[in-house]
Design a protein around this ligand. Structure first.
Ligand code: TUI
Length: 312
């Protein structure tokens, strides 16, 4: 029944991790995923430590299952957040948008598992060397801040290069996706966009509806010139951003254009002028349902797919 080494490492029922997305991955979403047998993850984004500490207190009241916190390493609050996570002895830390090497060692002593997102073989190897417990290999299909390579080519290369468990992310939203990831050698998956379209996610309904209505080519990348490319759904915001990118090389001006845009879309519901960060898999997501249904339906489908493969 879809059990892998990752389930033992993290003490979870299904090898499914929820992406730790800024603004929308609150305790409310994370507890629902953890209670359904996956690993729920609170996203720090650029929030200060006290805001995240409050979310951790909330989730500890709502579940006795393991959960994680995602630390976005470009945040100005990284050091105070890492100190707070140490004090709170959180079960799992995932990281994104940088190299968490210098933080890993201290968490060994308290049993916190540290799982960095890596967009390349080189960084995966470096993370294994400095003691990461697993790596999340995120392809460019993902939403938000993305690398260059696809999940399909990156996962097997990193599986061959390291001995720690690999978790595939980017482009996965159903049972077919999970079985494919496991076929490539991954021990589990991380899904973000699929969990945004859940009843428990606090994202504005305009944001969720834009994902369920999206078509195959709607998730575009802006900000390549800034060095921090971001994938979000096509709208006035992405069109204006791309226009500005043609006009200027000024990184600061381009970065400033994006500031506050995710909150605008995800919380205020401005799906035209805000940044609706979501992955290419948006075109595959057609409904909004509970995290429990999302996970149970995916596991059911994965088992059917597994069964059908034995007949090939
Ligand atoms: O981090 C994400 N997704 C995100 S972060 C975010 S907030 C943001 N907003 C504007 C600009 C930048 C970020 C929205 N979505 N996913 C994980 C991820 N990590 N994707 C890519 C990476 C990554 C990139 C470079 C990880 C490590 C890395 O290392 C560079 C180095 O130091 O070697």
């Amino acid at each position: 029944m879809l059990k892998t080494d990752l389930c033992d490492l993290l003490n979870i029922k299904f090898p499914i991790i929820q992406g730790g997305m800024a603004w929308v991955a609150t305790a409310e979403l994370a507890q629902a995923v953890s209670n359904a047998g996956g690993l729920g993850v609170i996203g720090c984004g650029n929030a200060p430590a006290d805001v995240i500490k409050e979310e951790i207190r909330k989730i500890k009241k709502k579940t006795d299952k393991p959960f994680g916190v995602n630390v976005m390493l470009l945040s100005p609050h990284v050091d105070e957040i890492m100190d707070m996570l140490y004090e709170e002895k959180v079960p799992v830390i995932t990281t994104g948008a940088g190299n968490p090497g210098k933080y890993i060692d201290r968490f060994k002593g308290i049993g916190t598992k540290v799982i960095p997102v890596v967009p390349s073989v080189a960084l995966a190897k470096r993370m294994e060397k400095v003691g990461a417990d697993a790596v999340i290999v995120e392809g460019t299909e993902a939403g938000g801040h993305v690398g260059e390579l696809t999940t399909f080519v990156l996962v097997p290369q990193i599986v061959d290069a390291v001995n720690i468990p690999v978790i595939a992310a980017g482009g996965i939203a159903d049972g077919r996706g999970i079985v494919s990831a496991l076929s490539l050698g991954a021990k589990g998956v991380q899904m973000g966009t699929r969990f945004v379209c859940s009843t428990e996610c606090i994202a504005h309904e305009n944001y969720k509806n834009m994902i369920t209505k999206a078509k195959d080519r709607d998730a575009v990348v802006t900000g390549r010139k800034t060095g921090h490319p971001v994938r979000s759904l096509k709208n006035k915001f992405t069109r204006e951003f791309l226009k500005l990118e043609k006009k200027t090389d000024d990184k600061k001006e381009l970065e400033e254009f994006g500031v506050g845009s995710l909150k605008k879309a995800a919380i205020e519901g401005d799906h035209r002028y805000g940044s609706v960060m979501a992955g290419q898999v948006s075109g595959l997501i057609k409904d909004i349902k509970s995290c429990e249904s999302i996970i149970n339906d995916i596991v059911k489908e994965a088992n059917i797919v597994k069964e059908s493969l034995t007949k090939i």
